[in-house]
Design a protein around this ligand. Structure first.
Ligand SMILES: [Zn+2]
Length: 236
């Protein structure tokens, strides 16, 4: 298993690590700052630098199908690394930070829209959530204003782990149960936006909602009778 440094510290840009496996899909490290694609958030890109000066550009980070192994996918033509080699892992921070801000913005969207979330996707330019809602005439301007009120409130966003048993015993603890928490591993990671929202999530987020920046609701699409897709953008 890979120690996932980004789970406890989303702001870690670099770490020292050792190559533990190399297979046809990618490179596994004993620890990493690279987020592996999941929960609608893309995998990180960046570079692994070996002690002998080799630079391996990483084009994506994934969980290997079936095994869940955390793999750094080298770009085509990148030099190969060998098991046991020491590397410095460094993510493309600008891209990741954009994902952190967007991802956090989607938590705010969850908080201002009633209705279960049925899907979502995070991108540096545009992100979206799908809600299980009838055609309720959602008001773009109103949602934008609600989102920016929460951004301006600069609420703290923090993370904590609870046990499956604690969650089962306190179902009301999580107000926005949009995604079924991944139970079974014994513990669940909660993202708490003080006074705004609490929900299980494995992604990377900013520390305060003020960091997200000014949000704007883009297209609201009807994707079926009970599916409203809301797109958001960050205006710099
Ligand atoms: Zn999240």
């Amino acid at each position: 298993m890979t120690e996932e440094i980004f789970r406890d510290n989303a702001y870690a840009k670099t770490c020292e690590a050792t190559v533990t496996q190399v297979n046809e899909f990618g490179i596994q490290l004993d620890r990493t700052v690279f987020y592996a694609a999941g929960g609608g958030q893309p995998g990180d890109t960046g570079v692994l630098r070996s002690a002998n000066g080799a630079e391996v550009v990483i084009a994506d980070t994934i969980h290997e199908m079936g095994t869940g192994v955390h793999l750094h996918v080298p770009a085509e033509g990148a030099p190969t690394l060998t098991v046991g080699e020491a590397v410095t892992a460094e993510i493309d921070w600008d891209r990741r930070y954009a994902h952190m801000r967007m991802h956090s913005g989607l938590h705010l969207l969850c908080a201002v829209i009633e209705g279960g979330v049925t899907g979502g996707s995070i991108g540096a330019e545009k992100s979206r959530l799908d809600f299980d809602l009838p055609d309720t005439g959602l008001d773009k301007e109103q949602i934008t204003a609600d989102l920016n009120r929460l951004v301006d409130g600069d609420h703290a966003m923090s993370m904590r782990w609870i046990t499956d048993d604690e969650l089962a015993a306190n179902p009301d603890m999580v107000r926005t149960m949009s995604v079924k928490p991944p139970m079974g591993s014994g513990r669940v990671r909660l993202i708490d936006i003080t006074d705004v929202d609490l929900q299980p999530c494995g992604g990377t987020h900013v520390g305060r909602t003020g960091e997200i920046g000014k949000l704007r609701v883009g297209k609201i699409e009807n994707k079926g009778r009970h599916n409203r897709r809301i797109n958001i953008h960050i205006d710099e």
